[in-house]
Every structure is written in structure tokens, then in C-alpha cells.
Design a protein around this ligand. Sequence first.
Ligand code: C2E
Ligand code: CA
Ligand code: CA
Length: 721
Amino acid sequence: MGTLSAFIASERETLVLGIAALSLMVITYSVAGARTMIAGARRRLQLDADAQKALRFVIEFENSGRGWFWETNAQGTLSYVSQQLAEDFACEPAALLGRQFTDLLSVDGSSEGPLREERTLGFHLSARFPFSDVVVRPASAEDIHWSLSGNPIFDEHGRFLGFRGIGTDLTEQRRSEQEISRLARFDSLTGLPNRALMRQTLDEALRNATSRQKGCTLFLIDLDRFKNVNDTLGHPIGDALLRQVAQRLTSVMGDHGQVGRLGGDEFKAVLPGAVETGLLESLARTLIEQVSRPYSIEGHRVTIGASVGIAIGDPGRCNADSLVRDADLALYAAKAAGRGKHMFYEASMHSEAAERQMLENDLRQVLERDELWVAYQPIVRTAGEEVCGFEALLRWKHPSRGAISPDKFIPIAEECGMIGKIGQWVLRAALAEAANWPDHIRIAVNLSPIQFNDPGIIDVIAGALKDFEVRAERLELELTEGVFLAEGDATDETFARLKNLGVRLALDDFGTGYSSMRYLKKAPFDKIKIDQSFVRGAASSDNRNGAIIRAIVTLAESLDMDTTAEGVETHDDLHLIRELGVSQVQGYIFGRPVPCEEARAIAMATHVEADGFQSTREPRHRLMRRAIAGINGERREIRLRNISAMGAQVDCDEAVTPGQSLTIDIVGVGPVVGTVRWAQAGKFGVQFTDQFDLARLAPKQAPTGQPSPSPWHLGQNRRAS
Ligand code: C2E
Ligand code: CA
Ligand code: CA
């Protein structure tokens, strides 16, 4: 450029100036161009950097697992997907490119929500509207949920290019939401619906009952003695037990209803449409039966029971609250009836509940008010008929209601926590009394399972024996099978410590419990008390009680235990009891429970060879009747006494054998045919083949013409309690 200027300057100056100006322009232009170039390069670099940065953001976002990107073209086919999205379909991203985005989404409609949302998504995509947080399910096998957001892209001319957006995986979040709602509605221990869900179920069932004009039934199920298990074997065993109970309940209930757990040891079942009492009754019975079967938990054998309260709701005439209240009262009544039972609600239960509450209040003050006393019922040796002991039976003389049965108030005392105090009072009263009796006469005291399981019981007993100076061997504690229900180390230990004290142990009400034989062999009992339900009427030929008693006696003998038959009221039964070899008898036939003064007289009398006690039976001696019997081929004169419609006791010196049949010709009455049931030196018992009409014994010339069988019948002249 310098050479050119010098040449022009030599030619013409203006040209030089022009050129100079032009050059200046060129230079200026060049500089500006260079600047622009530099700025462009810079911009490109910046864009590049931005793109890099954006890419890093994308990668980081995709790698974070918090979401992914997607892009479609104008036709709705995928032009970009993140790796993570492809993973939900177990393929590479490339495999998804070119597919319709909506094809990837599930439209099976199995769950209402997503289907609705998928429609929303379809609408937005075709309308080219932006959308955010639309929940959809991909069309993959897994139960996955996505949340999608997207924006339509347009070019500068407004042409639609496709959608670009992000997606996030909601699966985890959904799962935890579901888990939370499950926890809020289901019991975590058993997996059964909880109180809240059961209430909802009941409400729905009742609503449904109204519209379908069908009833609905509610069961309230409460476990008996569960607390015992929890207290003695610990909560983990208690929990395992509840799980097994839940399974049994559910399997019994089947399709009839929904079982749920209300908490603790309370369960509930809603039975929509089921109102037929026969069905409900059999269901309740099976429930109780199944729950009462023994459980095996971590090497422990556990037995509990169940009580069921049932309330039936009529369509349209019942609300959930009142149905629950009714079932509650029915459950209450079932428990009061001795547990292991079911009860249907009855209107009278409302007043019963109120009465029970009053009894409970009064019971709390019973000791301070001195309203309790102890009655004593003799226990008699079967062979010699001498008194060998007394059972102490608690009595409550209520100031306004009069005598209240222990069957009624003992369970209340057990439930309201009073049994410990009351039981201790009985024990001390009984020992104080026994101290007055001849030393060979024992005193039996009932011990509630709650007392047995109280760790302080040994000290209480030892203290009382010492205070009243009664030999431990004279005290017999009557326990029911209830003490085994939470069988564990504590139970074994209590047994060992009681034996160590030297007291005797009797198993009460035998035959009414569950697993008697097993426990019998294990626990150190000295005696079995055969329950009244087997004894009473055992002599009548139409039941198997005799066989059962025989089995119990055989078992007891093999274990070196005594037996007492409870509730013997008639001579027939006494005969049979004798024949079966039961060692002792307790029943009205030998005396009802009496106050201590009378008991003392009986105790003293037996000391002088049972004469005093025998005297209470004197009227029967006086009514002895002569008869002729064909025995061993010979006619013998015999004396009949204690005759009843079923049989008689016979005084006779001739030896007879049980099973032998004979005809007895009662003087002035006529012949009666019977079979020998038992035989002892000088006497035997005979059971008549046909019922004997006692009226035949009445004097022929009875002035009123009325037959008067009573002098011959049993239970006359008995002491009243
Ligand atoms: P249990 O231990 O089975 O007592 C025997 C019950 O049978 C007594 O009823 C007695 O009066 C009755 N009995 C005896 N012989 C006959 C008979 O020949 N015929 C009939 N029909 N009944 C007979 P009670 O005195 O009403 O006692 C009922 C239950 O109350 C007792 O049954 C026992 O489980 C409980 N009980 C009584 N006193 C106490 C106590 O001090 N502590 C505890 N924990 N329970 C007690
Ligand atoms: Ca008893
Ligand atoms: Ca008993």
C-alpha cells in the first residue's frame, strides 16, 4: 500500500488524497471486520461453552436419577430419550427413537387414576399445550409411575417442531404413599384391617344393608386370658400368638365377613348380609373352638380362649355406634357367663351392664364393710363316709341385694383387680377356722389363676400358715386349668415353690378344661376334683359319664392322686361313684356349705368316728324296707334303703358281684328287677332295669289318697346353706 501511494503522489495530489482516504476507509473497515470476526468467534465459543454446560447439566440431571428428558418431533415420535427412561423398558435409548411417545404409555385402565391422566396427556400433546406433572404409567411389566412435564417447540415461523420435556419416576414415592395409607388402615402386627378401616367397613356394610334391604351382623371377639400369656411369656410370644389367632379367625370367617383387629386382644368381624342365627351361631362356635386350640410358639405350648358378642343390625334401623355398643354388651355378657362362650345381644343387657358396674363399685369396699363370710362344705371319704376335710366357699352378703353367688362376683373381682385382696382374706379366714378343727381334717381353698400368677403368693400362703399355726399339709389349694394357660417357666416355678411349702394341690373342675391329661402328668397335683357336670346324673344309663369318671379314676390312681367327685346329690350317683372307686365325695348328699359353727360341729363329730355326721342320714335308716331277693340261687332276706326311681342301696350279708342281675321282691309292693352296680362288705347298690314308681311305696291306705314318695327320696333332712 506504501508503494502505491508514492506512485500516485508523484502523479496527482488529489488522487493521493483520495487514495489515502480510501485506504483509511479500507483500514477502518478491515479493523471493524476483524472485530466482528473476533466477536463472532467469541460468541461461538460462548455458545459452545453454554452447550457444554447445558450438556453437563443434562448428564448430571440424568445421572442423578431424579428425572430424564424426552423430545418428540412434530409427528409425536421420539427424537431424544434419556438412558434412564430406556431402562424402564430394559432397552437402549436408540431402540425407542422413532416410536410414538404415547405408545410407551399404558392405557390398560387397570387403575382409574393413570388412565384419566393419560387422556389428559393425549389431549395436551395433540392440542400442543404445555403440561406439567401429569402422572402416567409406562407400558412396561413393572408397576411404575411417571410424572411428565413438557413444552411444545415452535420455530421462528411458528411451525410446530415437537415437544420437549422432562419426566420423573414416581414409583418410590407412590409406594411410600401407599405404604403410609396401608399403615393408616391396617394393623401392622397381624396385617388385618385396623379399627379405623373396620369402622369404615361397618359403615359401608350398613349403608349397603339399607339399600339392599339385608341385615348386617357384627362380631366382637375378645381373647380370654391373653394378658396372662403376655405377662408370663413376654410380648414377643404374645405378638406371635396374636398373629396366629388372626389367621385362625380369618380362615374360619372365610367369605362370610371381614375380620379386623381393634387393638390389644380385641378383634371384630363385620358380616354383611348374614343375619341367620343358625349360621351365626355355628360361626361363633367354630371361631371359639379354633382359637381355643393349643398354639405352639417358640417351644411354648400356649392355650387361650375366646368370647364372642354378636349384634345383628336390621336394614335401615341401625347405626354403627349402636351396633357396636350392643355387640359390646353381648361380649360382656359372654365373658360373664364364664368365657369361651358367645352371646347374642338382648335388650336386657343394658340393665345388666349397669348392674355389674354397681356390683363392681360395691365389691371395692366389701372388705372394709365386712360383708364377706366363708361357708364350709364337708368332703367325705367314700369308703368309710367320714369327713376328711372342708372346702372353703366364699359368700357375699350384700346389704341391699342379699346373698350374691361367688359365680357372679368372683369373675368381677378378677377383672377389677380385687381378687388378690379378697383371696388372701379367704385364705386367712379359712386357716383361722381350720386351726380349730382336729388336726387330720384338711381345709381346701380356691385359688384364682390371677392369685396363682402373682409372684407374692408364696409369701402370702407361708405367712398365713405360720400365723395360724396350721400344718402346710392340711392346706389344699384348688386350682383350675386356668393356671396353665400361660404355661411357662413362671408356672413351673410357682408349682415347685408351692410343693416346697408342703401344701397339697388339687385340680378343680376337672373335665371342663382343655388339655387336662397333659398338664395332669406334668404338674404335682395330689388330687383331681371331678367336675359336677360328669357326676350329676352319671348313674342314669343314657350317658357316658360313668365311663369318663372311670377313666379319670384310673388315670389318677396311676399318678398316685386322690379323686373327689363334686356335686353328688343322689344316692344313685353316690352308688355309682363308689363303684367306680372315686376316693372322696363332696356334695349335698353329705352336706351343703355351712357357716363355721356348724362346720366345727361336723369336724368334731367325725373325730368320734363319723357318728355325728351319720346322724344327719338317720331318717333314711328309719325308712328301711324289708325285701326278698333271689341271690346266687337262694332266696335271701335283704333290707332296702335310700331307694329312688333309679335304684337302691341294699344291706345284705351275702356276697354279690357288680353286673349280677337280680329280682327283689319288696314286701307289700311286689317284684323289681335290677343289676348290681357296686358291692362292699355288707351292702351293695342296685340299679333298676325300669324306672321304679316311688308312689308304689306309699301306704295303701294313705288317707289323702296322695302318693307320698318323699320320705323315701333323697336329699331330705339336709342342712341348708
Ligand atoms: P367350685 O370350686 O367348683 O365349688 C363347688 C361349688 O359347687 C360350690 O358352689 C358348691 O356350693 C357347689 N356344690 C357342692 N356340692 C353340690 C351339689 O351337690 N349340688 C350342687 N348343685 N352344687 C354343689 P358355690 O359355693 O356357689 O361356688 C361356686 C364357685 O365359686 C366355686 O366353684 C368356685 O369356683 C368359686 N369360688 C367360691 N369361693 C371361692 C374363693 O374363695 N375363691 C375363688 N377364687 N373362687 C371361689
Ligand atoms: Ca373348688
Ligand atoms: Ca369345682
